[in-house]
Write a protein that binds this ligand. Structure first.
Ligand SMILES: [Zn+2]
Length: 111
């Protein structure tokens, strides 16, 4: 895959950025980002601390997404459970999506 950057300074510091496609990818850990599918349990100790911390994580995720979208970026989230233990299926989906965006972008049909 070409045309990507890592560690860009965009809101939320996306893991992977495709500048020409105006596309960013976040790879989110299910625990830290409170995956809606896995719904990881809160740690039993210091529940108050953790729940505040996770609330803040989620708020930041939402804020970054809103800022990016407002600036014309498309945002894709890849969850840890989608790529562990085997990332090949999700990687293939992503590659397919990126390829089709390249086609529409280079064809100039993208508004
Ligand atoms: Zn998950």
């Amino acid at each position: 895959m070409r045309g990507y950057r890592v560690q860009t300074r965009l809101p939320g510091r996306p893991d992977i950025t495709f500048p020409a496609l105006r596309l960013v990818v976040f790879v989110n850990g299910c625990f830290w980002h409170r995956c809606p599918v896995c719904q990881p349990r809160l740690p039993a100790a210091n529940a108050e601390f953790w729940s505040a911390k996770f609330r803040e994580n989620r708020r930041r995720d939402e804020e970054a997404r809103a800022n990016l979208q407002a600036a014309g970026w498309d945002v894709v989230t890849v969850w840890e459970h989608e790529i562990r233990p085997d990332p090949s299926q999700r990687a293939l989906e992503l590659a397919t999506m990126i390829r089709s965006r390249r086609l529409t972008h280079s064809a100039g049909t993208d508004a």
